[in-house]
Design a protein around this ligand. Structure first.
Ligand code: CP
Length: 308
């Protein structure tokens, strides 16, 4: 039962619970009407202390499409955070108004802390470079829809693997499935954090690290491109030096398998040339669209209106 549960990191839900959400998301995407109006009278509060397009708007669209309502703020400057109110106090108060809180913060651990002060379930919409579990639901669901499952997947992650929270969450989530192999492609300065390496070693999961995309692209079933996260750098010069480390072009895609899928959590800057958008392997806009359906399924489950 997912009713009343918070989602702070991907492992908070079991693989079976994720299956329930993917099944429900598929039904909603196919036009099932049984959840329409199911959230009438319910309120979602979106508390965004960091910018967002997809996560915030897809959550708000999801709630409105389920018949519920939304309140919230899109940047902390328009909330009492600007007057110095603590996040804990903000959450304590807002959770007395809303049935579910969706929160994004630049601070790692903020969503977990919020869940301790909240009367309502908290969904982590990104906490610093740590986790972004609903992006992971979106990513897993997209891979599953296209490939049918995860068994034996060779998953490539390219770009900013140090600060990219979507990479950290998806890597952790994929380690729960049999035979998934990881290929991490980044400059040394932006390689995966040690805790992920330790986890992979401990679970005896095969992985390799390289700084050459062309060398490994032919092995991949899925390539997860990422933006270099300017907002997490302490040194602007370092960002400028690293920002265009990888640019996926049609020329490079010639080296890839015909069925390799290209995912990206978006927003995209230079790391995928726009000419790639027309290639059938580019699924990042479908991925973003699916994000709303999976968030509808998640909200309906957490709010206890889905019957699961
Ligand atoms: N993928 C993602 O989190 O996008 P936004 O920052 O636009 O929400």
């Amino acid at each position: 039962m997912l009713k009343g549960r918070s989602l702070i990191e991907p492992e908070d839900f079991s693989e079976d619970e994720l299956e329930v959400i993917f099944k429900l998301a598929a039904e909603i995407e196919e036009g099932a009407s049984f959840l329409r109006e199911s959230c009438r009278g319910k309120l979602l509060a979106s508390l965004f202390f960091e910018p967002s397009t997809r996560t915030r708007l897809s959550f708000e669209a999801a709630m409105l499409r389920l018949g519920g309502g939304t309140i919230g703020f899109a940047e902390p400057g328009s909330s009492s955070a600007a007057k110095g109110e603590s996040m804990a106090d903000t959450v304590r108060v807002v959770s007395s108004y809303a049935d579910v809180i969706v929160m994004r913060s630049p601070k790692e651990g903020a969503a977990l802390l919020a869940s301790r002060y909240s009367q309502s379930p908290v969904i982590n919409a990104g906490d610093g470079g740590h986790h972004h579990p609903t992006q992971t639901l979106t990513d897993l669901g997209t891979i599953k829809k296209i490939r049918g499952g995860f068994e034996g997947l060779t998953a490539g992650f390219c770009g900013d693997l140090k600060f990219g929270r979507t990479v950290h969450s998806l890597t952790k989530a994929l380690t729960r499935y049999t035979g998934v192999r990881f290929v991490f492609i980044s400059p040394g300065e932006l390689s995966v954090p040690n805790y992920l390496r330790d986890m992979l070693n401990k679970k005896n999961i095969e992985y390799m690290e390289t700084d050459r995309l062309e060398k490994v692209i032919g092995e991949l079933d899925m390539l997860y491109m990422t933006r270099v996260q300017r907002e997490r750098f302490l040194n602007e010069e370092e960002y400028l030096r690293l920002k265009d480390s990888y640019i996926l072009t049609l020329e490079k895609l010639k080296l890839a398998k015909k069925e390799m899928m290209v995912l990206h959590p978006l927003p995209r800057l230079n790391e995928i040339d726009i000419e790639v958008d027309e290639d059938p392997r580019a699924v990042y806009f479908k991925q973003a669209a699916y994000g709303m359906f999976v968030r509808m399924a998640l909200l309906a489950s957490i709010l206890g209106v889905s019957g699961n």
